[in-house]
Design a protein around this ligand. Structure first.
Ligand SMILES: Cc1cc2nc3c(=O)[nH]c(=O)nc-3n(C[C@H](O)[C@H](O)[C@H](O)COP(=O)(O)O)c2cc1C
Length: 208
């Protein structure tokens, strides 16, 4: 089949787009509101985009709760210039999903999900203790994507990763990250996810 997304004419029961770019890592983003309220939310329009300096990005759609129509993460990070990415794992899957709830900006979403805050070293937003890897990030660029309707507004936020925490238990004797032990989860389309386990990992040597 072929379809032009602008026509919306895919003929399928659901828009297939986010089932076609898979699996996607999930940015689990901590930020601080103007009054210091801790905010935590998952973003699967998320990825690493550079090695040196290490850089990540996530893309926030329009908000539906507050008057400015911004998601709390975007509003907070544009105001403070700081965020933390907490790696999502099989163990944290339910808590991650709970933090997608559309709650007023005055609600501490980390506490609401029964999670434990850990102070960061270089930025103000806390880390999620239940996550074994954290990136402390400084906002470096904001890109507002073109759109026609207000509900299609997406803003991409890029952050330089200025501090990285790794649970020592995840570092094998060979000095490599034990991905099977980490058991990260990834977003597929619809309401589906994947987890990375030992049986699904394979190696390919790159050509010179
Ligand atoms: C796995 C997952 C991935 C998500 N990815 C995105 C995303 O990439 N962009 C987005 O705008 N919302 C995404 N959402 C929805 C947000 O998490 C949700 O709107 C949340 O309430 C935003 O929180 P905030 O206003 O505290 O930032 C995702 C939700 C889930 C469960």
């Amino acid at each position: 089949m072929f379809y032009e997304p602008r026509t919306g004419d895919h003929g399928l029961p659901k828009n297939p787009f986010n089932s076609l770019v898979i699996p996607r890592p999930i940015g689990w983003i901590t930020s601080l509101g103007a009054d210091g309220t801790v905010n935590l939310a998952p973003y699967s329009f998320f990825n690493a985009v550079a090695y040196r300096p290490p850089t990540v990005m996530f893309s926030a759609g329009h908000g539906i709760v507050d008057d400015d129509r911004l998601k709390d993460s975007q509003r907070n990070i544009e105001a403070t210039g700081e965020f933390v990415h907490n790696v999502t794992t099989w163990e944290t899957r339910e808590a991650m999903n709970a933090t997608a709830a559309h709650l007023p900006k005055e609600v501490d979403e980390l506490a609401e999900a029964g999670l434990t805050p850990l102070p960061s070293k270089l930025v103000q937003p806390p880390r999620v203790k239940e996550s074994p890897i954290h990136f402390e990030c400084k906002l470096i660029q904001v890109v507002r994507l073109p759109h026609e309707k207000p509900e299609d507004a997406y803003t991409v936020l890029f952050g330089e990763v200025i501090g990285i925490h790794i649970d020592d238990d995840l570092i094998g004797e060979d000095g490599l990250i034990d991905v099977a032990k980490l058991c990260p989860i990834a977003r597929l389309g619809y309401q589906d996810y994947a987890k990375v386990v030992a049986e699904t990992i394979f190696t390919l040597e790159r050509p010179d």
